[in-house]
Design a protein around this ligand. Structure first.
Ligand code: PMP
Length: 429
């Protein structure tokens, strides 16, 4: 309460100085002061449970990660035109997480920069012009990023679908009337194959997230990528897996999202959790694709792969290993899903719970089976009033997104679902 006028002042300053296209989370915006692991602390003295930020994989301000960055920052920061040990050690550890075919890495500063570079490389390698994307996919904020992100180009004053884009339907099992036993995957793959055929051998790349984040936490139907990847290869294109949201062990059973679909991509895009909040992104690809890109011109990123970023990225990988965060994500994720499934028995509006590990979506419908955007917003904002952060997304913004820092515990899961239960009781009974 003490800080209320100050918040008003800060909001005014924000609207004076920052572009209107930036948004604020929650009806009641939060002044963030500090954070540690899965907790954040606001200007009013509240401790807030973060069940939303998948970037802080190791936990907010993880001491090992902070120390690693600070240590190198006081000694040296430079770029990839010089030789220094941090980039060599980090690239070796990072590449050890991939199958042998994916043996080259390019470092950049964001998921968007990685996407942009991946598409440039795909065009250069394949000598083709078209890019195949999934409906409701999101891959980045650059011009190319928007071009290949149906989630954005279909909205507002963006340019709409460009001529070089080939859309494929979102292979979403829930609501399709099909089962996730491979039959849904086959069904969606058939439609996608027809569109590949329609593009007459001109597809340079097919890009997809293994579980679509902005699309509403939608795992691609089982078997879908297994059918589509070979078809893209057959006509001379490459397959890109966007692991920006789901990568680095969050899924519990899998370190990378493509593993759950039993495919190996030709290129992987990394970002968000890679630096635990420090801006790092990367493209990991094959020697062959990397070689074709070496024909020039030089690729240079002022900050991509600098020693400080590499030390931070390396520390994140070490923390994942040392604290067994992948196993932890499985254990807590399974537990959280079981609590949500119990909650679902009580409320018809909780129509679908999906995802894996600590990457979970809860789709809300009304009693007639229509997207319940209003309920999703009320739940999100009520949780915020009770000091718990989650998000909403999907084409109708009716999917609750739960993707916390991996330090999130079973006790935190109890607290989240207990509060959800109370809110649903208040709003629905
Ligand atoms: N790919 C996916 C799947 C994403 O969710 C995002 C960011 N939301 C990006 C790429 C772009 O990453 P960045 O915001 O770091 O540029």
């Amino acid at each position: 309460k003490v800080n209320k006028p100050k918040l008003r002042e800060q909001l005014k300053k924000r609207s004076t100085n920052l572009g209107k296209a930036l948004s604020l989370s929650y009806i009641n915006p939060i002044q963030m002061q500090r954070s540690a692991f899965q907790y954040m602390y606001d200007g009013q003295g509240n401790t807030i449970l973060d069940a939303y930020n998948n970037i802080m994989l190791a936990g907010h301000c993880h001491p090992k990660v902070v120390r690693a960055g600070r240590k190198v920052m006081t000694r040296l920061n430079t770029n990839t035109r010089y030789v220094y040990p941090e980039i060599l050690a980090y690239s070796e550890t990072l590449l050890s997480k991939f199958p042998q075919s994916l043996d080259k890495v390019f470092f950049v500063n964001s998921g968007s920069a990685a996407t942009d570079l991946a598409i440039r490389m795909a065009l250069a390698y394949s000598k083709k012009k078209k890019i195949m994307v999934l409906e409701h996919g999101y891959h980045g904020n650059t011009r190319i990023g928007i071009d290949i992100s149906h989630y954005k180009y279909s909205q507002g004053n963006n340019l709409g679908k460009q001529d070089y884009i080939v859309e494929a339907p979102m292979p979403k099992v829930f609501g399709s009337g099909l089962k996730d036993d491979g039959s849904a995957g086959k069904h969606f793959a058939q439609e996608t194959m027809a569109r590949i055929d329609g593009a007459k051998g001109k597809i340079a790349a097919f890009i997809a997230e293994p579980i679509m984040g902005c699309g509403g936490q939608v795992p691609l139907a089982k078997g879908y990528l297994k059918e589509v990847y070979p078809k893209i290869h057959e006509q001379g294109g490459i397959c890109i897996s966007d692991e920006v949201q789901v990568g680095f062990g969050r899924l519990g059973d899998f370190f990378w999202g493509y593993e759950m679909h039993e495919v190996v991509p030709d290129m992987v895009i990394l970002g968000k959790p890679m630096g635990n909040g420090h801006p790092i992104g990367a493209v990991v690809t094959t020697s062959e694709i990397s070689e074709s890109f070496a024909q020039g011109p030089e690729f240079f990123s002022s900050f991509g792969g600098n020693p400080v970023s590499c030390a931070i990225g390396h520390a994140v990988l070490e923390v994942i290993e040392e604290e067994k965060l992948q196993e932890h994500a499985k254990k807590v994720g399974d537990y959280l899903q079981s609590l949500l499934v119990e909650l679902q028995q009580e409320f018809l509006e909780i129509a679908n719970i999906r995802g894996i590990g600590l990457f979970i979506g809860v789709e809300l419908l009304d009693k007639k089976g229509n997207p319940n955007t209003m309920l999703a917003h009320r739940v999100k904002n009520e949780l915020r009033e009770n000091c718990i952060l989650i998000g909403t997304d999907g084409p109708y913004d009716n999917v609750l997104k739960i993707k916390p820092p991996l330090s999130f515990s079973e006790k935190d899961a109890d607290r989240l679902v207990h509060q959800l239960h109370k809110i649903c009781n208040d709003l629905l009974n």
